[in-house]
Design a binder for this molecule. Structure first.
Ligand code: ISE
Length: 350
């Protein structure tokens, strides 16, 4: 069976998902795309022969040739399209955030629980990155002892002018907020946001920001997020434990030495840096639909937890005060409470 996929939103990520599903993911076929910008939809269809452009996203989601849905539209529209996929009992992979607001995430979880089985996956693709997977293997192996601190760096080359400062948290550092839960297997409990001097290239955006997050067991996670680094896209992560450390540096396919310098290319954005992760995430998702294989993607609960934490971070930014990460003890949203700090969920709710 081939999994017929609809793609809602053909911007940067939607177009990339269409390309990967068409050329690099087996047992998948892009059947239709929608974008408010008809020219953008047409540009994607021109490169994906199996797809046609739809004028109505809900008609596309409901189409009988569509077995599953990728939501890569603007953040505020995610909820309505995820709910439409759930109404059609169709698996949906939603780019982060699941919904920008906590209430939207709660409505999605309630709808998924009403269906009675897992249908929602959230596009925190770093869970599929080979480097982060090796980090997690090292932590889970136990030889390092208990994790104590996690140092994270997240740098974009350049951000859109006038980007709201809050987006550094909800749109960028949210990846670290998710990966910390996944690596540590526990929830986050408190967040503080510090404002270093802003780069003049970033103004009026407050950029960089420095987040300090506590986990429920007391691990401290620090996150430097800098979206106008000017030199490239670079993500680093080091976990410090009782008996050693494990760190993920930016992978360099080649290192060049000449003219008295050692040169290592730095990608311009996240697509080349996480190309393997995006491909693996999509293949895992399609395999879970096609063959019933376990789906390792972030769940609706993970999406909810990320939004709850990002919203607490935005409040911390605005108030200058540490904020609790609340709303996470919600057994009605996750009826199989594990007690205490819920581990990063990869099992279906209900
Ligand atoms: C972007 O929206 C993404 O999701 C990337 O993964 C992240 O690294 C980047 O900072 C965001 O702007």
């Amino acid at each position: 069976m081939t999994v017929g996929v609809a793609i809602i939103g053909t911007g940067v990520m939607g177009a990339e998902h269409a390309r990967l599903l068409d050329r690099e993911v087996s047992a998948a076929q892009v059947r239709g795309v929608f974008d408010l910008d008809a020219e953008r939809a047409a540009a994607t269809v021109a490169r994906v022969p199996s797809a046609r452009a739809f004028d109505d996203p809900f008609e596309l989601i409901a189409d009988s040739a569509v077995d599953a849905v990728v939501v890569a539209s603007a953040d505020p529209t995610h909820e309505r399209f995820v709910l439409a996929a759930l109404a059609g009992r169709k698996p949906v992979l939603c780019e982060k955030p699941l919904a920008p607001d906590v209430a939207g995430c709660e409505r999605i979880i309630a709808a998924e629980l009403a269906v009675g089985r897992r249908l929602v996956s959230v596009g925190f693709m770093r869970r599929f990155d080979p480097g982060y997977l090796r980090l997690k293997q090292a932590v889970d192996a136990g030889g390092l002892g208990l994790p104590l601190m996690l140092h994270c760096t997240h740098r974009n080359q350049q951000a859109p002018a006038g980007l709201p400062s809050e987006s550094l948290i909800s749109g960028s550092a949210v990846h670290e907020l998710d990966i910390a839960r996944w690596l540590l297997g526990e929830e986050l409990s408190r967040i503080t946001v510090h404002r270093p001097r802003s780069s003049r290239a970033s103004l009026p955006t407050e950029d960089p920001l420095f987040l300090v997050v506590e986990s429920s067991s007391g691990v401290i996670i620090d996150i430097e997020v800098f979206v106008n680094s000017g030199y490239g896209y670079e993500v680093r992560c080091e976990l410090v434990a009782e008996r050693g450390t494990v760190s993920l540096d930016a992978p360099a396919p080649v290192v060049e030495r000449r003219a008295g310098a050692v040169l290592r290319a730095v990608p311009a954005d996240w697509r080349p840096r996480f190309a393997a992760a995006y491909r693996s995430e999509l293949q895992n998702w399609v395999d879970s639909i096609e063959y019933g294989a376990p789906c390792d993607a972030a769940t609706s609960w993970d999406g909810y937890a990320a939004t709850v934490t990002a919203q607490a971070g935005i409040l911390a930014l605005r108030t200058g005060l540490a904020q609790p990460v609340s709303h996470l003890d919600r057994p009605e949203l996750y009826p199989a409470p594990t007690g205490g700090a819920r581990p990063a969920q990869s099992t279906a709710p209900g």
